[in-house]
Design a protein around this ligand. Sequence first.
Ligand code: BV8
Length: 224
Amino acid sequence: MVNQRKKLVVLSGAGVSAESGLGTFRDNGGLWNNHSVYDVATPEAFHNNPELVLDFYNQRRRDVYKAQPNPAHLALAEAERDFDVTVITQNVDDLHERAGSTDVYHVHGLVTQARSSLTDEVFELEGKDIHLGDTCPKGAQLRPHVVWFGEFIYHMDEAIGFVEQADIVIVVGTSLKVFPFANLVDYARADAQCFLVTQDIDAVPYGFQYKQGPASTVIPQLLA
Ligand code: BV8
C-alpha cells in the first residue's frame, strides 16, 4: 500500500508573524505613522507620494530582516516530516521560508524583493532599501514587490486547487478581512479537518474548529 501522506494546507496572515515582532494590520488599528495602511498600500499612494510609500516599505523590510521565525513557523516547517505541506500566505515577510517551509506561495508578494513599475520583472533586494530614482536595468522605477489594494493577487487559482485537495486546512493569524484571499476558506472539502487559530475573530468559517490563542503556542500543540 503506497504511503499516501495527508495533504496539509496552511493559510496564514499577519498574526503568525506577530510573535516574531512584526506588527499586524489590526492591532495598531491599521495605522502606521498616522497613515492608514489602506492609504499607503495603494498604487494611488505610490503615484501621489512615492517617498512616503517607499519609506513605509523600507521600514517594514528592515523589521523583517531583524525578525526571526517563531515556534509557529518552525512547527509548520517540521510538519513536512509527516505531511505534504503547502503554505499560502498573505504575509510579505519570508519567515515561513527561513523556518524551513519549502512550498510557500505569497499571494500578496514579498517585501524582500523589488519589481519594475513597468514590467513584472522581480529583483532580490539583498537587504537594500528602495529609493526614488532607483531603476531596474530597463530604466523603470523600482517598487516593492507587494500587491497593493486594488491590484490583482498572485497564485489565487493554484491556491484554490490546493485547498480543494487538502485533507487538513489550518488557517492561522488572519482576520479574514482581506479578499479574495479570505474566500479560500470556502473551498475546503466537507470531509477535510479544518482549524482556525487566531487571538480573536469576528466569525468562524463554517466547518472550522476555532482554537483561540497565540500561534506560537497553539500551532505546535495542534501539530504535536
Ligand atoms: C483585488 C500587501 C482585484 C501590502 C496586502 C472582494 C473581492 C475582491 C476584492 C475585494 C473584495 N472586497 C474588497 C476588496 C478590495 C480589497 C480588500 O480586500 N479590501 C479590504 C480592506 C476589505 N482587496 C484587494 O484590493 C485585493 N485585490 O481584489 O484585486 C481587483 C483589482 C482591481 C479592482 C478591484 C479588484 C488586494 C488585497 C491585497 C492588499 N495587500 N498586503 C502590505 O502588506 O503592505 S493586504 C494586507 O492585509 C496584508 O497582506 C495582511 O496580511 C492583510 C491583513 O490581513 P491579516 O493578515 O488577516 O492581518 P490582520 O491584522 O487583519 O489580522 C491579524 C489576525 O491575527 C487577527 O485575527 C488577530 O487576532 C490575529 N493575531 C494577532 N496576533 C496573533 C494572532 N493570531 C495568533 N497568534 C498571535 N500571536
